[in-house]
Design a binder for this molecule. Structure first.
Ligand SMILES: [Zn+2]
Length: 242
């Protein structure tokens, strides 16, 4: 049987989902989930409008939600590829990640159990990842700034400039000449105690650049439980599943 000709093909938001809407010369309106890719496709007969079809699809949302959830539970490996929901680890806590397609783009908000990214429909996965990375950097700066201020005061240092970036091998680094410290943006995934430990370590380097006895005495005095915090940083599940 010949495949029906596609008259129009677009991606539209439906509740929290994005669905592919194809108008074809067919008799029946059909809504289906492509299980493998967890995509929602609606085939609309050319005898009705897309608007009418979307109104009907709206009434199918409970079914879509239940089915998508069931599929997600079955193969959680592909969870991260799902368009509508993933998880994000922030400050040592795993939270649901939701995308709100209806409101202003490029913003986010963080509640206790959930992180909501506000994006325009049609936003790519890369753009979503970019927003997430920006959120991590901004969260880290927000949390790190008062800690740096407090410990700079304690150590009698001028408050250093803070740089945040993703680093492969280090949690932090410092430049004793320019008096700046650099923090790995991945720290936002761990408990804030770990962040404080890295900040204290780097600030102590502004006093003593080398990992010598003097340096460790200083760290020990500032933070008697630093070893516990360092271990937590090494042990933490990070992005691994709970
Ligand atoms: Zn060091």
């Amino acid at each position: 049987m010949a495949r029906s000709k596609i008259i129009s093909d677009q991606v539209l938001p439906l509740g929290e989902f994005l669905i592919r809407v194809q108008v074809k010369v067919v008799r029946r309106l059909r809504l289906s989930i492509v299980r493998r890719e967890r995509k929602i496709v609606m085939i609309v007969p050319n005898t009705m409008t897309v608007k009418q079809a979307m109104e009907w699809a709206q009434t199918q949302l409970p079914w879509l939600r239940a089915t998508m959830k069931k599929y997600t539970a079955h193969d959680c490996i592909t969870l991260a590829q799902s368009n509508d929901m993933e998880h994000v680890v922030l400050w040592g806590k795993k939270r649901d990640l939701k995308v709100d397609w209806r409101s202003g783009a490029g913003r986010y908000y963080i509640a206790d159990e959930v992180v909501v990214l506000q994006m325009r429909p049609g936003t790519t996965t890369e753009q979503r990842q970019e927003l997430l990375k920006r959120m991590m950097r901004e969260e880290l700066r927000r949390k790190a700034t008062p800690i740096i201020k407090e410990w700079s005061d304690n150590l009698n240092l001028l408050e250093p400039r803070l740089f945040i970036q993703m680093m492969r091998t280090q949690w932090g680094s410092c430049n004793t000449y320019s008096g700046s410290i650099r923090l790995n943006s991945e720290l936002a995934k761990y408990h804030p105690d770990c962040l404080e430990y890295v900040i204290v370590h780097e600030l102590c380097h502004l006093v003593e650049p080398y990992h010598n006895e003097h340096f460790y005495e200083l760290v020990q005095t500032c933070m008697p439980d630093w070893k516990k915090r360092r271990k937590a940083l090494a042990d933490y599940p990070e992005v691994k599943e709970e």
